[in-house]
Design a binder for this molecule. Structure first.
Ligand code: BJ8
Length: 425
């Protein structure tokens, strides 16, 4: 960062010492993992810049927008509709939860055997190290897995701006009605927060902005299907992570510029790997910034990641919202339709997820699938075995990895991943 943002962080109430420690770890990990990659597309320069300013320039944009009267809404899940946030001219930021922080403190509130993502969310709050969280005028939690549901009860006592959205667990007509009621309740809450009323034009505008972001990500995903592997999995994961907090228009333009470059790379057969490098699809729990652990191991073991079946990936950003309705109720129905197609493991049954993994594996010409689960995440762990059986029945080798954010199992993971990559060769 070229500017000294200390006064801004201080005004936001961050713990400056703890925050420096977090930025130090993040910078080191980013340098080691990202800057050491070879033959990166030049379009990644924008994303490198965003990371270098992750707690700087982007946060300043939020602070400046707040000074002009705009509100910031933070969210922990891809079920929270950004379209509604944008329709009230608020700014939507995904709260990342991808690193261990203040774990001793967290374990005074949550059992040790809670998944790393939930612990991280609470650690960032307790340690006061996340400027996005401290900037947010409203933070939206959601009733998805049991761990998150119960953690929000605890976190509700730590913040005065936590709003919890209920979510269905079954994709039935009743489940759809519940999601619609919850989207309408969120719309009311967003209107109350901002003092703006959502009309058809405003919601259509929000839908267009988010659809454009998702279209750009779909373009990027499709380019990875090319046999030449024009971009690494680590770099595309980074774009997927930045999707959650960057300015939507600038982000969309930057992804499209990257895709223009990748199209040329494909024409000229420029690749980030050697020919015949094993291609791997990763499927499972979301990888929030700065959780780059498993992809770094996979790509340093001689494979390339060609897709992420994840909420920080294709599960989270595929499918557009139909904006053809000309009344508010019709547009809300279209939002419900799109969001209810998200095949998160909290749903029962959830067979569409297996179908989606198979489709992704085929489209991306994957040689194998790694199922990635955070320790103590029951919904995704429970789905690994039936998915493994189905994939292996089609001849696709799979590997199950359960881990957390610590570095302790790095050696063991590297050995297992290397053996899997050898098997795929
Ligand atoms: S829509 S995947 S972003 S809930 S890893 S906290 S499931 S115990 S993150 Fe998620 Fe929304 Fe679903 Fe996507 Fe629980 Fe598992 Fe932890 Fe998880």
């Amino acid at each position: 960062m070229t500017t000294d943002y200390t006064p801004m962080w201080k005004d936001l109430g961050l713990d400056l010492t703890a925050h420096d420690a977090l930025l130090g770890v993040l910078g080191q990990a980013y340098g080691d993992i990202y800057q050491s990659q070879k033959n990166r597309p030049s379009g990644m320069g924008y994303f490198d810049f965003v990371v270098s300013e992750v707690h700087g320039l982007r946060v300043k944009e939020l602070v400046d927008a707040k000074a002009k009267g705009r509100k910031v809404i933070g969210s922990y899940c891809v079920f929270v509709p950004e379209e509604i946030t944008l329709a009230v001219e608020a700014i939507h930021v995904g709260l990342c939860s991808g690193a261990d922080f203040a774990m001793d403190e967290v374990e005074k509130y949550l059992p040790r055997n809670t998944c790393a993502l939930i612990k991280s969310a609470m650690g960032f709050k307790l340690a006061k190290v996340c400027p996005y969280l401290e900037c947010a005028d409203m933070v939206v939690g959601e009733n998805t897995c049991d761990g998150k549901k119960k953690a929000y009860e605890v976190m509700g006592a730590m913040m005065d701006n936590l709003y919890v959205m209920d979510l269905p667990q079954v994709k039935s007509p009743e489940g759809k009605a519940l999601l619609k009621a919850e989207f309408l309740r969120y719309k009311d809450a967003a209107e109350t927060l901002t003092g703006k009323t959502i009309d058809v034009d405003a919601l259509k505008q929000g839908i267009t902005l988010v659809n454009n972001k998702r279209k750009a990500m779909a373009r990027l995903a499709a380019l990875r299907h090319n046999a030449s592997a024009p971009i690494s999995g680590l770099d595309t994961l980074l774009a997927n992570q930045i999707f959650f907090f960057d300015d939507p228009v600038r982000f969309t333009d930057s992804v499209n510029a990257l895709c223009d470059e990748l199209e040329k790379r494909v024409e000229q057969n420029v690749s980030v790997t050697d020919a015949n490098t094993p291609r791997i699809l990763i499927s499972g729990c979301p990888m929030a910034v700065p959780n780059w652990k498993l992809p770094a191991i996979v790509e340093s073991s001689g494979a390339v990641i060609v897709g992420e079946e994840s909420c920080v990936g294709e599960r989270g950003c595929r499918n557009l919202v139909d904006d053809s309705a000309d009344d508010l109720d019709g547009l809300i129905d279209a939002l419900v339709e799109r969001y209810l197609a998200i095949d998160c493991a909290i749903f029962t049954p959830n067979t569409e997820r297996t179908d989606h993994i198979k489709e992704m594996a085929q489209a991306s010409k994957a040689d194998g699938v790694i199922q990635y689960t955070l320790n103590f995440c029951q919904p995704y762990a429970m789905e690994t075995m039936p998915i493994e059986n189905e994939l292996e029945a089609t001849g696709l080798p799979t590997l199950r990895i359960e881990t957390d954010y610590s570095q302790e199992d790095m050696g063991q993971l590297q050995t297992r991943v290397e053996a899997f990559v050898e098997l795929l060769k």
